[in-house]
Every structure is written in structure tokens, then in C-alpha cells.
Design a protein around this ligand. Structure first.
Ligand SMILES: O=c1ccn([C@@H]2O[C@H](COP(=O)(O)O)[C@@H](O)[C@H]2O)c(=O)[nH]1
Length: 239
């Protein structure tokens, strides 16, 4: 399910910063925006309504991870907000993921499309050494990522969050339509920051990512609109 627009991670503190950022774009340009914890915990559901009314697509990246019943109830609420995509941590377990999808189905208003549900496998800021040390998972990181992807698919989810490095393995282990959304994207030569498992937009495309997520290389750029269009071009192989 290829999405030609890079998903922009708007990791801002408040709506005013979002407005300032969006004012730089042509008002006809419909973006795919990721709202994370930082913005959502400050602004709440009204930030979703605001962005949807402007015609943008919204991925609400709250990475739910709790007992199955709690996640199901939370998902019922999130489905009512009209977001396009939400997520959970696969580490929350098979039953939690199953309940998450049930909650979304229950909460989606009649006639509306159920939000896409994906599961975080291993964060792109986690290296194999980090995983061994912090999680005591003593296998290669790709094995852990593919294992979580298989469990997510068996639970009925639409896809996973992973690094572009693992996309080919996941598609082989699940199916080609199982969504791989990949953060940890950096244009050639860009600062990597806290990301550990990184690829460029065109590398991610070549490997088979369906969505890429890009934050700081756009939001902290001197000219964010130009930075966005360069990434868009690289992701779409110059088209
Ligand atoms: O494994 C993950 C899951 C989520 N993210 C989120 O994506 C963006 C990436 O931002 P950059 O500034 O491009 O590094 C950020 O909002 C993370 O919360 C991730 O990076 N890795």
C-alpha cells in the first residue's frame, strides 16, 4: 500500500507551532501528518480535528501499550476522532493487539473507514546491542522484528512500524500487502541524532517501504518546504 507522500512527524509543543509550520506550505498541498505524544498530550483531540478540517491525513502515533481491555477502550475513542492511522507496541502481546483491532472496529462511525492499525516492532532508535542489554532478547534484531510482525499479522493488524532495513524480510515472512511504515529516514548526509537503524528515502523505496516518516530533517530545516519537496522527490525516485 504505497503512500507517495512522506509522513511528516510534527513533533511540536503546541498548535501555534503547527500553524506556523503549515503556513509555509501552499494551502492546496494536502500533507500526511504524524501527531505524536508531545503534541497530542498538550492539545488533545482538537488538534486532530483541526488538521482533518484542513484536508490533511493524520497518523496518530500514541504507541498504545497496556492490558488488552484498556487498549480496546482507548481504541474505541481514537476511532471516533477520524484519524487515518493509529498504532500499538507489538510487545503488548497478541491478545492486546486483537483487542485493539476490535476496539477500532467498534468505535469507527457507521459509513466511515476504520483507521489503519500498525504495531511498533523494535523502535528505530534501538540498536541490536541496546535490545540485548535492555530487553534481554538475545537474538539478532531482525529476528525480533520479524517475529513481532508475524504476531501482528496473526492478530489481524494491517502492518508494522520498523526500520527500512527489515522491510524485505517482513514482506517475505508475512505478505507483500502487509504495511511497513518506516521512520529512521535521513536524506544523505543529514544528522542522524538518536536514530540507530537508518536509511535514505530512495533506499527505503527501493527496499519496499510503504510509508516513510520524516521529522527533524524537515521541521528543523532552514527551508522546511524545500526540504519536504526534496525528500518527496527522492522517495518518488525524482518524479
Ligand atoms: O520506531 C519508531 C517509531 C516511531 N518513531 C517516530 O518517528 C518520528 C521520527 O522523527 P525524526 O525526527 O525523523 O527522527 C518521531 O516522531 C518518532 O517518535 C521513530 O522514530 N521510530
Amino acid at each position: 500500500m504505497f503512500e507517495k507522500r512522506p509522513v511528516i512527524a510534527l513533533d511540536f509543543h503546541c498548535k501555534e507551532e503547527v500553524e506556523k509550520f503549515l503556513a509555509q506550505f501552499d494551502s492546496n498541498e494536502q500533507l500526511y501528518i504524524k501527531i505524536g505524544m508531545e503534541l497530542f498530550y498538550q492539545e488533545g483531540p482538537s488538534i486532530v480535528t483541526y488538521l482533518k478540517e484542513l484536508g490533511h491525513s493524520v497518523f496518530l502515533d500514541l504507541k498504545l501499550h497496556d492490558i488488552p481491555n484498556t487498549v480496546k477502550s482507548a481504541m474505541i475513542g481514537l476511532a471516533k476522532m477520524g484519524v487515518d492511522m493509529v498504532n500499538v507496541h507489538a510487545a503488548g502481546g497478541f491478545e492486546m493487539m486483537k483487542q485493539a483491532i476490535e476496539g477500532l472496529e467498534e468505535g469507527t462511525p457507521e459509513g466511515a473507514k476504520r483507521p489503519i492499525l500498525i504495531a511498533v516492532t523494535q523502535l528505530t532508535s534501538t540498536s541490536e546491542e541496546d535490545m540485548h542489554r535492555d530487553q534481554l532478547i538475545q537474538v539478532p534484531i531482525e529476528n525480533s522484528v520479524v517475529h513481532y510482525a508475524r504476531r501482528a499479522r496473526e492478530a489481524g493488524l494491517d502492518g508494522v512500524v520498523c526500520s527500512a532495513l527489515e522491510v524485505a524480510m517482513i514482506k517475505r515472512a508475512t505478505d507483500k500487502n502487509f504495511i511497513c511504515l518506516t521512520p529512521g529516514i535521513r536524506p544523505k548526509g543529514a544528522e542522524v541524532g538518536d536514530q540507530k537503524r537508518v536509511k535514505t528515502p530512495s533506499e527505503a523505496r527501493r527496499i519496499g517501504s510503504d510509508y516513510i516518516v520524516v521529522g527533524r530533517p524537515i521541521t528543523l530545516a532552514e527551508k522546511p518546504v524545500d526540504a519536504y519537496h526534496e525528500i518527496l522527490k527522492d522517495w518518488n525516485y525524482g518524479n
